[in-house]
Design a protein around this ligand. Structure first.
Ligand code: HMG
Ligand code: MG
Length: 313
């Protein structure tokens, strides 16, 4: 069976935008640096499978994330890929300058809901990090770029423990006031559960933040990513971050593992009759190809099951 049976649930969004993060969130976490031509081919294949929003890389300090030090070269190789949204992470004005020179049209700044993770990921307190992002968002907007704001550690923090909903609401409001068009709610270490997802999104909506401004970004450390995604769809969120083959993690958060696998997400959305524009077969081919490059199997259940079904004929 290569497709689930379809059972439309009319209480869920009719279509979902998948924001593919494998090339950035996935490859930033590899022990070795993936060659730039392999990264470019990975992104071309993801686009070929129908993904239209692909976070390509990060214009961060190469000392902090050597795995993505080739960001300028990578973007030059993707010049010919048209009609594709290729956002990149940008922490500061130096990164914005590089991104603009590379012809980038969409960027993401990345704040945290907690002080400890802000210091570990950005070498800045939460306030200092937001002060670093503010001119980036202003200058990027002036240059006509679209800007997303991530909020990491929305559901719990390995150093600080519980993260109150109102702490996430505070950072989210500051990113929107700064000029971000979309917020991505990060469960960096995958500790969230569906009731918590409802509580957090409920808190953001009660604070006047629109559902159209929200995306969810689940890591699958505790196997909750798909359940949490369904919970987000139930309250009306329709942009979901995922990573082909379940690649991913964060080098500055010990306990982070891969993101929700895009294949697992597409399988569920196909079964729910929700449009994504993604060809699951081509996507699985792409993740198998990347797994061969990385020398280990994909952790995605759907990639594993479909590959086994194919092998069995
Ligand atoms: P710093 O060391 O405090 O800053 O880092 P600095 O200004 O002293 O810079 C250090 C060196 O980097 C200097 O070089 C700068 O010129 C250079 P030196 O003078 O020593 O030769 N530099 C740069 N070079 C190129 N491009 C730049 C740049 N900036 C500085 N943009 C900084 C501060 C913010 C730069 C650093 O902490 C950093 O780059 N952090 C990035 C961390 C990162 O990428 N983390 C992973 C992404 S976040 C994530 O994965 C979570 C997410 O997926 C959501 C979720 O799951 O929750 C988004
Ligand atoms: Mg992440």
């Amino acid at each position: 069976m290569s497709m689930p049976d379809r059972h439309r649930r009319t209480d869920l969004p009719a279509s979902v935008t998948i924001y593919e993060v494998g090339a950035r969130d996935g490859l930033q976490n590899e022990a070795t640096v993936v060659p730039v031509e392999v990264k470019a081919e990975f992104i071309r294949r993801l686009a070929g499978a129908g993904l239209s929003t692909i976070e390509a890389t990060s214009f961060v300090s190469p000392k902090w994330v050597p795995q993505l030090a080739d960001a300028d070269d990578l973007m030059a190789r993707l010049d010919s890929v048209h009609d594709l949204r290729l956002p990149v992470l940008v922490p500061n004005l130096a990164g914005l300058e590089r991104a603009l020179a590379a012809g980038v049209r969409e960027i993401a700044v990345f704040a945290a809901a907690t002080e400890t993770f802000s210091r570990r990921n950005l070498n800045r307190s939460l306030d200092e990090a937001l002060d670093m992002f503010a001119p980036v968002v202003v200058e990027a907007t002036r240059a006509g770029l679209w800007v997303r704001g991530y909020v990491s550690m929305c559901f719990g923090d390995p150093w600080e423990g519980r993260v109150p909903v109102q702490q996430v609401v505070g950072v989210s409001r500051r990113l929107l006031e700064m000029g971000c068009s979309e917020l991505s709610l990060g469960d960096t270490t995958g500790v969230g559960t569906p009731g918590h997802v409802h509580a957090l999104i409920g808190g953001l909506v009660a604070a006047g933040i629109g559902l159209k401004q929200l995306a969810v970004h689940f890591h699958d450390t505790y196997g909750q990513a798909l359940a949490n995604t369904l919970a987000a769809l139930e309250v009306g969120v329709s942009t979901v971050d995922a990573s082909a083959g379940g690649l991913g993690g964060c080098p500055f958060a010990r306990s982070a593992t891969g993101n929700l696998a895009t294949e697992d997400l597409v399988w569920m959305l196909n079964g729910l009759g929700i449009e994504t524009g993604v060809d699951l077969r081509q996507l699985v081919d792409t993740s198998l190809w990347m797994a061969a490059h990385l020398g280990r199997p994909s952790p995605s259940r759907v990639v594993t099951a479909l590959a086994a079904a194919r092998a069995a004929g």
